[in-house]
Design a protein around this ligand. Structure first.
Ligand code: PLP
Length: 357
């Protein structure tokens, strides 16, 4: 037998016996589809964010789609989003037939730039989707000031704050994802939260198709009680998850800030869903390749900026292009062991020093 190299994954869920046992109880109860556990999980999250109501969904994507449908966004409408984000947002807009309009990002936090949004607002703009990327809050108050409906995408930022107020509490609606490697997980899953009952009721109606007597087109985007139970246990651990992320981020910042990279100072309002290094010389691809040789999987924080998927790519988003070329995401998650954090630090230092030569 040969020794398998201990590869450090880029991301990983934190689940153990506690989740396994809790799910077992739900399964043995025979109530395994959407029921009381889903309701309880919705209540836990509305309380956590201090919002009036929640609608659990099968994924973050379906939650986004339902919000857009409930807002009656359709072909001919425009929705502003950053290009430097998860393609799920683009998919949800395309399901409705509306047109995505891409804005550039702020280089200091890699989030959608309010000044760039302003240039792209037209009479067709029906909504702005603001993902708080990588756990760090976007300048949400300046975006709210445009007076258009804002959907906050907190798939990567549950628990983060902006000016001491939780992100997800500023906009018209908020969307979460509970995919395996998100802040908390239900395997797959998502949620809509809002203070507006009309939106919540519409979304709830569109989420399920049974026992309806009109011919409105509906979906099956429900969460199961098994998933909800997993989420309930995970919410019991959220403070521990967030403080561990912050603790690792502090170590990374302290030890990497003097190297050939652009490391912003510690931000107590970020939850450090991702830890991003901006390489000052050389490319992100080089660093990712070298780290992989050392048994550490790093990734580009965004697989591909969305505007690069356009056929006639005439859009000029210089900050997005630069981030795509230079940003590297190194592993940061609560399941990381202390010796792995050390290993990541030592190897990052060595690789980054190489880029200087
Ligand atoms: C993961 C993610 C989504 C999509 O969530 P799914 O549950 O995978 O459908 C949407 N937006 C952002 C910012 C994400 O990180």
């Amino acid at each position: 037998m040969f020794e398998k190299m201990d590869i450090i994954q880029h991301s990983k869920p934190f689940v153990d016996k506690k989740e396994a046992e809790a799910i077992k109880d739900v399964i043995l109860s025979q109530q395994i589809a959407q029921g009381e556990k889903v309701k309880e999980f919705e209540e836990i999250l509305s309380r956590y964010l201090g919002l009036r109501g929640a609608v659990a969904c099968s994924s973050g994507t379906s939650a986004l789609h339902l919000v857009l449908k409930a807002m009656e966004i359709m072909e001919g409408d425009e929705v502003i989003i950053p290009s430097y984000t998860c393609i799920a947002i683009l998919n949800a807009i395309r399901y409705t037939g509306a047109t995505p309009i891409y804005a550039d990002i702020d280089p200091t936090n890699l989030n959608i730039d309010p000044y760039d949004i302003k240039k792209r607002i037209t009479h067709r703009t029906k909504a702005i989707i603001v993902p708080h990327m990588f756990g760090s809050p976007a300048s949400i108050d300046s975006i709210i000031d445009f007076g258009l409906p804002v959907i906050e995408d907190c798939a990567q930022a549950l628990g983060a704050t902006y000016k001491n107020k939780k992100v997800g509490t500023f906009g018209y609606a908020t969307v979460l994802s509970f995919y395996a490697t998100k802040v908390i997980t239900t395997g797959e899953g998502g949620m809509i939260l809002s203070n507006f009952h009309e939106l919540l009721n519409k979304a709830m109606d569109l989420r399920e198709y049974d026992n309806k007597s009109d011919n409105r087109l509906r979906f099956n985007y429900k969460m199961t009680d098994i998933q909800a139970q997993l989420g309930i246990v995970q919410m019991g651990r959220i403070n521990q998850f967030l403080s561990r992320r912050k603790e690792i981020a502090k170590q990374y910042i302290n030890q990497l800030k003097d190297l050939a990279i652009d490391v912003p100072p510690y931000n107590p309002e970020s939850i450090y869903y991702r830890f991003i290094l901006k390489v000052l010389s050389g490319s992100a691809d080089y660093v990712i390749e070298e780290m992989k040789k050392r048994g550490i999987n790093c990734e580009k924080p965004v697989f591909i900026p969305l505007h690069k998927l356009l056929k006639d790519n005439e859009l000029n988003l210089p900050i997005t292009e630069d981030a795509f070329k230079r940003c590297v995401s190194i592993p940061i998650y609560p399941a990381l062991k202390e010796h792995q954090v050390k290993q990541i630090l030592e190897n990052s230092k060595a690789v980054l020093e190489e880029t200087l030569n």
